[in-house]
Design a protein. Structure first.
Length: 426
């Protein structure tokens, strides 16, 4: 592999994967690799996969086929959640050279050094229970915003979810290290850090221990003192882990933005029970009310799954009515799909796929109405917008503190700056 000197990356899935791809890229750049765009010829292609995406296998095959047409001599490495869950299936895809599981992905440089093209595809993986260490990662998109991974893995056992099998037990970075990373990012000109993790609210299990040595509130309190960063956002937090003290801190802080993303998944307590979620709708409603009392302008985003087994018309109506009644700003709607080795497979009756799709549409319409309503509530106000650096069709885009997307004709002096902006049309 000594002569292979260029590498290109493709990421599927969530922000956590994007931040990890950035770290893999930095690791290989330090090894002397030159980073290329995925559409250009390269010596090595790395695909960071996701287990949540439907058809992960099909998607992977298609991408590998594209690579083979473009650069048949290249080395193809597959890593990420899907590589951990189905290593043999991935290794069987023609053109795949290396499959790196969760414990091996950050050893990519060594694996590439040891690999010789022409060897049969090689799986470097271990049982997920052996995956223990924490690898810090961050991505910097266009200098404006960085996704900083502070926690990995999950100790919950939601019945539809494969993530604990793909990422292992809950473990976190130390507060000291996260604060250090935040300062470093500020020196690079980053204005906003989005704190990411698999189960972020469970932050604090460090040194491979099952017990918390600290918690997410303490992390936020320390980060709130990092003067170099003007904005922090919490990417997503489970409702049962969103404590009143975190809400209060965000409400009092100038750096933590008034924006929460809180997975609900269903508005029916029967379905929440079957999903093995650790709260019921009453607690969720309480948290939303608490946030809105302290910060009436706060944006609240909600994840919801439609078509989970046993979700009958009455349960779906309960979810719809519940979401309708909540003072929230937008929804991320997911359609349930079966995943191997999950206990949800045993729950009956299964919801027909066309019904799942119809329900998805209904909730997407509700999301559109909620987001329009939220934006119109703030029309006429002046709010601070962090403008990005890239132009999209001659326009410059950015977000207000409370996550309303703003688009204006491009102005060079506004790029990567926080500007008070008068919100006009919705
Ligand atoms: S909290 Fe539930 S849905 Fe989220 S990663 Fe853990 S098991 Fe999966």
């Amino acid at each position: 592999m000594a002569e292979a000197k260029s590498v290109a990356f493709h990421t599927l899935g969530c922000k956590l994967n994007f931040s990890e791809t950035s770290s893999l890229s930095r690791i290989l750049e330090q090894e002397g690799f030159e980073k290329r765009s995925f559409d250009d010829p390269a010596d090595v292609y790395v695909i960071n996969t996701c287990s949540v995406t439907d058809n992960a296998d099909k998607e992977c095959r298609q991408i590998v086929r594209r690579i083979q047409r473009r650069a048949p001599e290249s080395t193809v490495v597959i890593t990420g959640c899907y590589a951990q869950l189905k290593p043999e299936q991935i290794a069987a895809i023609p053109g795949v050279d290396l499959v790196l599981g969760a414990a091996e992905k950050f050893n990519i440089a060594r694996h590439l050094r040891d690999f010789t093209k022409g060897d049969s595809s090689k799986i470097c993986s271990c049982d997920i229970t052996e995956v223990k260490g924490f690898n810090s990662s961050f991505s910097v998109s266009d200098r404006t915003r960085s996704f900083l991974k502070v926690q990995d893995g999950c100790d919950y056992s939601c019945s539809f979810c494969t993530i604990p099998m793909a990422r292992g037990k809950s473990r976190s970075d130390s507060i000291e290290n996260v604060v250090k990373q935040a300062w470093k990012l500020s020196e690079q000109g980053v204005k906003e850090i989005v704190l990411t993790g698999v189960n972020l609210g469970d932050f604090g299990k460090t040194n491979n221990s099952d017990k918390h040595s600290t918690n997410f509130f303490e992390l936020c309190r320390e980060l709130d003192k990092v003067e170099g960063i003007e904005r922090f956002r919490i990417s997503s937090i489970e409702p049962n882990l969103l404590s009143p003290e975190i809400i209060e801190l965000v409400s009092d802080s100038n750096r933590f933005m008034p924006h929460f993303h809180i997975p609900l998944q269903s508005g029916s307590n029967k379905i929440l029970g079957l999903m093995r979620r650790r709260y019921r709708r009453e607690l969720y409603a309480e948290k939303v009310a608490m946030i809105k009392t302290m910060m009436p302008h706060c944006a609240i985003g909600v994840d919801v799954i439609v078509g989970f087994p046993a979700e009958d018309e009455a349960s779906f109506k309960e979810t719809f009515d519940f979401l309708h009644s909540l003072d929230i700003s937008y929804l991320h709607v997911f359609t349930y799909s079966e995943r191997d080795n999950t206990s949800a497979l045993d729950i009956k009756p299964v919801v027909p796929v066309h019904v799942r799709n119809e329900r998805n549409k209904v909730l997407r319409n509700l999301s559109f109405m909620k987001s329009q309503h939220f934006a119109s509530q703030h029309r006429g106000e002046t709010r601070k917008v962090l403008f990005e650096t890239q132009t999209k069709n001659g326009m410059l885009e950015g977000y207000t503190d409370n996550y309303i997307r703003v688009s204006i004709p491009y102005r060079d002096d506004y790029a990567n700056s926080i500007v008070p902006w008068h919100l006009r049309e919705v």
